[in-house]
Design a protein around this ligand. Structure first.
Ligand code: CTP
Length: 396
């Protein structure tokens, strides 16, 4: 799976840099073409000679060769690669990547790279658990960087916990799986709904909900990563648009419904992640409502159930829905599966810690007509992979 793949391996200043030698050797053995970029501190942990010998190419550290002034083009390197793997990735490099600092060749290459980027963090357990590191990782995840989670175990400090860089064979396997899946949906087209709809009361106020859109955006990015064409109908979010998707802003339930019905005939399937308002004001006041004494009643009317509407005209298309529940989770999800004519439904419960609004993790159960599969608490990126894996299975 890695034969002929062009991979940049970035090495930063961590004691785990010694594992990068084994990693590069394994990638080359798998048939990949490897170029190594090191940070100045990374160079202190493992010699350029070792890395150059294993990768069969000179390693790159500086912006230019001080002896002859030859420029090391990070742009050309970023364009050349099929994947950029930073292993080990220190807390410092992750922080710089998350904020766009570009003070070494590895970082400018990251900013220029058009290919998928993978990081294998390596640091002490407290550094890894620190809220700042976790925020940086969350930001990178949102920007499409794939995190190869560190493992639990003994650390260089003598302490034990999560922070040890994933073993080289785990990283190689991660890349193998990534490239195997990459083209599994090429030629397919999907519709994804995401985010919260907003239902206007007047020009200033609206009814909405807490959905951040993260799950839907992760699903859209994952479908693109597998080669699908994706149209993303998005309610209100503050997320960057994943590369390669066609975004249609559909702020209200009505706008989302009209766009979904228009796109549906041309797609192979839809993943309905949006938190669509079930009710909308009967009328939107054209002017700002003024307060008065006493209570205010705003008459609401039902919106169209978009998923159910698509479910009425499936004709071989795949339809996936979500159920976010607070009670009788299983029962409610099964009812929605049937009522909306879904192929499967992704259940998450607000009772599960870590599955709250706006977070970067989710805990799901996939339910179809044959049964259910429960998954542990995982990153939304991993959850998106699980959902898309199931779609690929259904298409086979
Ligand atoms: N959904 C939709 N259009 C709506 C309401 C919901 O497409 N007007 C989709 C959601 O995107 C989700 C699924 O239906 O995939 C379930 O949404 P949810 O709000 O949990 O269910 P409802 O059918 O609205 O049921 P209830 O509010 O009674 O739980």
């Amino acid at each position: 799976m890695l034969r002929g793949k062009k991979i940049i391996v970035g090495v930063t200043g961590s004691i785990a840099a010694y594992k990068a030698a084994v990693l590069v050797r394994s990638l080359v053995k798998e048939g990949a073409e490897v170029r190594v970029v090191m940070t100045p501190l990374g160079r202190q942990f493992i010699t350029p000679l070792t890395m150059a010998t294993l990768s069969k190419h000179p390693i790159l550290v500086d912006f230019f060769n001080p002896e002859n002034g030859e420029w090391n083009s990070h742009v050309a390197l970023g364009e050349w690669a099929d994947a950029f793997l930073i292993a080990p990735a220190t807390a410092n490099t992750l922080a710089k990547m998350a904020t766009g600092v570009a003070d070494n060749l590895l970082l400018t290459t990251y900013l220029s790279a058009r290919c998928p980027v993978f990081v294998a963090p390596a640091m002490d357990l407290d550094m890894f658990a620190h809220v700042t590191t976790q925020q940086n990782l969350a930001r990178l995840r949102t920007n499409g960087v794939r995190i190869i989670e560190p493992e639990e175990g003994e650390l260089a400090s003598g302490l034990s916990g999560k922070g040890r860089m994933a073993e080289p064979e785990t990283i190689v396997e991660y890349l193998r799986v990534f490239f195997a899946k990459k083209k599994s949906l090429s030629g397919r087209k999907f519709l994804v709904t995401a985010g919260a709809t907003i239902e206007a009361i007047d020009p200033v106020r609206f009814i909405s909900n807490h959905s951040s859109g993260k799950m839907g955006y992760a699903v859209a990015a994952e479908l693109v990563a597998r080669g699908a064409e994706v149209v993303l109908l998005s309610g209100r979010t503050s997320l960057p648009v994943p590369g390669g998707v066609r975004l249609v802003e559909t702020l209200s339930a009505d706008a989302m419904c009209r766009a979904a019905l228009a796109e549906w005939p041309a797609v192979d399937g839809a993943v309905m992640c949006a938190a669509v308002a079930d009710y909308t004001p009967v009328e939107c006041s054209p002017i700002k409502l003024k307060k008065d004494e006493g209570e205010l009643c705003i008459p609401l009317k039902r919106t169209v159930d978009i998923a159910a509407e698509l479910g009425r005209s499936k004709e071989g298309r795949i339809l996936v829905g979500f159920a976010l529940e607070t009670d009788h989770e299983q029962e409610h999800a099964e009812q929605k599966l049937l009522r909306k004519n879904l192929d499967f439904i992704v259940l998450n419960s607000l009772r599960d810690a870590g599955a709250c609004f706006g977070g970067d993790t989710n805990k799901i159960t996939l339910i179809d007509r044959k049964g259910q599969t429960e998954f542990p608490l995982e990153s939304k990126q991993r959850v998106a992979e699980r959902i898309v894996d199931r779609i690929v299975e259904l298409l086979q």
